[in-house]
Structure formats: structure tokens, C-alpha cells
Design a protein around this ligand. Structure first.
Ligand SMILES: Cc1cc2nc3c(=O)[nH]c(=O)nc-3n(C[C@H](O)[C@H](O)[C@H](O)COP(=O)(O)OP(=O)(O)OC[C@H]3O[C@@H](n4cnc5c(N)ncnc54)[C@H](O)[C@@H]3O)c2cc1C
Length: 414
């Protein structure tokens, strides 16, 4: 029995037994299509269909949205999502596709929307039938998020929205968007309001979604243009002018510091060959064993061995630091561990993937789908994607500022 299982209440133990039992009989198996490394790189409709079908069946079995009330499509349980996540991870299920919906939109809607809107949108969000995207970033509003220029103008019971969003992950598949925009040009922070917008049904009514191609060749994010898009006032979350406060609920959950646990499945290897998993130092060691350098295994090269040990030490330190999250006396500030986690994890994984380049040597120039590419080119793809991870959810430089100023109490940067 694991540590987590020992702490289960009787209700949680019963729920865990249900999850184990269901998962044993309902693993979806491997897809016929190639899955991207994460949901934010989904661009193939067949890959999306496979993952949506998996999310729907896990939802129907009560493992997604367990802690949301039943009237809003949830399971009506308490503190059970983490248990479902642990069991899905253990069963090595595929990852879930509606990551922005579950991780950011759902808690924001739950805490700030009218009840009829919660009942309308949350069930299909949690089941994964409706994919959601996040319309925060603009060409001039990324790190300076409050500099929103997309403008919503009141027109009776509606709002008319004009503007330009960018880096909008999954917008090419999304039915809905969480949207931060300006409703008052004279007040930077109190002039913002927050809406949920049915973007798919507005595609021929003023919304244009333009996919952007990443350096991996995949489409992950998009530009989204609003040209006089009409949105019902009931889709506004909280008061007019309270958008910044609502956005803080979204960002707290995006950074893993919100009160609602995000449904998270995953753990299914993307390849039959588990050594193609690209964030594990053990997979990297396996790669080194398989690759030749100067006529012998790369794992025998003292320089490579040294780098492998260095990264292993960092990964061990990272894991030990994570254990502090469970010790209340060490968590005086709710952002301390989540901000550290994002910073350290994204940079460590990037360095780990960079070592794979060295191990692969000349073969690292071969790309995905090249039959001679080591581990199907996954390490290279992961290394390229790793740069986005140090920027998404707030650039790491900005995270360092927040850690310094808000958590450590250092003077504000100019
Ligand atoms: C993979 C990926 C997915 C994304 N998905 C979404 C999405 O779905 N929805 C969405 O709204 N946005 C999304 N984004 C956008 C993301 O939130 C922004 O890219 C990010 O907030 C940085 O903003 P920016 O790109 O405008 O860069 P800028 O803010 O222009 O920053 C440029 C550089 O300046 C540095 N910098 C800026 N200000 C400071 C400062 N005060 N101190 C020190 N350094 C500073 C930054 O760290 C960065 O290196 C995504 C980004 C990526 C990479």
C-alpha cells in the first residue's frame, strides 16, 4: 500500500478501488495515429478524436471533475481528483486533451460565473467534448498582461468585441475561449473584464483563427482576430472591471497554486519503446547505452557519464524539494513550491534533452519519421518544444521576479 493510500478516508478508499477496477478493464490501448508530446501540440484531428474519446470515457466513469458539484457536471465528491489522477498515472493511460479547459477555464468559471453558465458549459468541458482555449496574450500584452488592447464595448445586453489575440493554444480546435479584454481605456487594471466566448459558433460572425507553425513544424497555437464579435452579457464573469481579479484565479490554477486539483491523466509511453520518453534521466541513460560514440557505447564516454550524473543529481534534488510541498511548515507562501516547480522543471528538462543531442551526435540531425533517427526523433522534438515551456504560463524571467518580490519579499524591480 502506498503512502497516499494509507492516508485515504473510507470514502476516498472506496473511490480509489472503483478507479483501479475501472482502469484495469478500460485502458484505451495505443492509438493508430502518432500522438504529439503534449496536448498543446495537437494538430491532427485523428489524434484529437482518440484523446477526446478517452477523456469522455474517463469522465463517464467519474474520474474527471470528481470534485465539482453534480449540478455542474461534476462527481459531487470531495478531495478525490488527486486520487483519480494517481490511479490514471499508475495505469499509464494517455494524456487528456482539454488541458486549458480543465486546468484554467473550469476553476475560473466555477468561482466567477453565473450558475446557469456553469451548468451550460462545465459538463462538456469536463467530458472533453468541448475543447477550450485561453485568450490572454496579445502582440503587446504578454508579460505585461494588464496591457490588454482587445476592447469590449457595451451594447444593451451584449458586448461587441474587437481585437487581436496571439499564441492561443488549441484555438484551431476550440469551441470556447476564456477571454481577458479591456472595457475601460482610462484605468489599466480596473479597466479589464473577463468573458467566456463561444468562438466556434462565431467563426463566420467575426472570429478568424490563424494557425501559427512552430519550429517543430507542428501547429500548436494561433492568432485569433475579433471583428465586432457579439457576446451576451451573461457570459461575463464577475463584475465589469473585475477582469484582473478573475485572471488571477486563472493564473493561480495555471501555476498549480489554486484550490481545485486539475484532472490529469497520462503516463502512457508515446512509443512502444519506453526509452523514447524524453523527460526521464533513466531514458537518457538508456539512450546513451544504445548510441555509439567513437566506436563504443556513449554510456562509456567519461564526459557523457559526468553529464548524466550531474543531471541525475539535479533530478534527485528536484524530487526531494517536491516532497516539501507536503510539509505545511515549509509552505508559508502558496506560490513558493508551484513557482519553483515550473522554473526548475522546465530548465532541467531542457538541459536533459540537450544532453541527448550530444549523445546522438551526427544522428541528432535526423528528424521524426526518419527511420535512422534515434528513438524516432523524439528527443529532438522534445528539445525544441522545451523552449516554449520556459515561456508559456509566464516567462521564467518574470517568474523569477514574482518569486523574488512576492515570495521572498525583495524590493520590486524597476
Ligand atoms: C507554448 C506556448 C503556449 C502558449 N499558449 C498560450 C495560450 O494558450 N494563451 C495565451 O494567452 N498565451 C499563450 N502563450 C503566450 C505566453 O503566455 C507569453 O508568450 C508569455 O507570457 C510571454 O509573453 P510574450 O511572448 O509577449 O513575451 P514578452 O512579454 O514580450 O517578453 C519577451 C522577453 O522579455 C522578458 N521580460 C519581459 N518582461 C520582463 C521583466 N519585467 N523582467 C525581466 N524580463 C522580462 C521575458 O522573460 C522574455 O524573455 C503561450 C506561449 C507559449 C510559448
Amino acid at each position: 500500500m502506498s503512502d497516499a493510500e494509507r492516508k485515504d478516508t473510507p470514502e476516498q478508499a472506496e473511490f480509489r478501488a472503483h478507479c483501479k477496477d475501472w482502469l484495469e478493464n478500460n485502458h484505451p490501448g495505443r492509438p493508430d495515429v502518432r500522438l504529439p508530446q503534449g496536448a498543446l501540440e495537437l494538430s491532427d484531428p485523428d489524434a484529437l478524436a482518440y484523446l477526446q474519446s478517452w477523456q469522455k470515457s474517463a469522465y463517464d466513469a467519474g474520474m474527471i471533475g470528481c470534485d465539482y458539484p453534480k449540478e455542474f457536471g461534476g462527481g459531487g465528491r470531495e478531495n478525490c481528483q488527486a486520487i483519480a489522477n494517481q490511479e490514471m498515472q499508475r495505469a499509464k493511460t494517455p494524456y487528456l486533451p482539454n488541458v486549458i479547459g480543465m486546468g484554467m477555464a473550469a476553476p475560473t468559471i466555477f468561482f466567477h460565473a453565473q450558475d446557469d453558465v456553469k451548468a451550460e458549459v462545465l459538463p462538456k468541458l469536463l467530458s472533453g467534448e468541448h475543447i477550450w482555449c485561453q485568450g490572454f496574450s496579445e502582440p503587446g500584452a504578454g508579460s505585461d498582461l494588464a496591457n490588454q488592447q482587445t476592447f469590449a464595448e457595451r451594447d444593451g445586453d451584449n458586448w461587441v468585441i474587437n481585437g487581436h489575440k496571439v499564441w492561443t493554444s488549441l484555438a484551431h480546435f476550440a469551441e470556447w475561449m476564456i477571454l481577458l479584454c479591456r472595457t475601460n481605456k482610462d484605468d489599466k487594471y480596473n479597466g479589464l473584464s473577463y468573458f467566456v466566448v463561444p468562438i466556434r459558433e462565431n467563426l463566420d460572425k467575426g472570429i478568424t483563427v490563424r494557425p501559427l507553425i512552430k519550429m517543430t513544424g507542428e501547429t500548436g497555437f494561433n492568432e485569433v482576430l475579433f471583428d465586432s464579435v457579439v457576446v451576451d452579457d451573461r457570459y461575463r464573469l464577475d463584475e465589469v472591471g473585475a477582469g484582473w481579479k478573475v485572471a488571477m484565479t486563472t493564473l493561480a490554477h495555471e501555476r498549480g497554486a489554486g484550490p481545485l486539483v486539475t484532472p490529469a491523466s497520462g503516463g502512457m509511453p508515446l512509443e512502444e519503446d519506453e526509452s523514447a520518453q524524453t523527460s526521464s534521466v533513466y531514458a537518457l541513460i538508456e539512450l546513451a547505452r544504445q548510441q555509439e560514440r567513437h566506436g563504443k557505447s556513449a554510456a562509456d564516454d567519461p564526459l557523457i557519464r559526468d553529464e548524466l550524473m550531474q543531471i541525475m543529481i539535479r533530478q534527485q534534488a528536484f524530487n526531494q524539494n517536491l516532497r516539501r510541498a507536503g510539509i505545511p511548515a515549509l509552505n508559508d507562501h502558496p506560490m513558493r513550491i508551484p513557482l519553483q516547480f515550473k522554473l526548475v522543471a522546465t530548465e532541467m528538462v531542457q538541459d536533459l534533452q540537450n544532453i541527448a543531442y550530444e549523445i546522438e551526435g551526427a544522428a541528432s540531425t535526423l528528424y521524426v519519421n526518419d527511420e535512422n533517427s534515434p528513438a524516432s526523433g523524439r528527443w529532438k522534438l522534445a528539445y525544441m518544444n522545451s523552449f516554449g515551456m520556459t515561456i508559456a504560463a509566464g516567462a521564467n524571467e518574470v517568474q523569477r521576479n514574482i518569486l523574488g518580490e512576492r515570495v521572498l519579499g525583495m524590493p520590486k524591480s524597476k
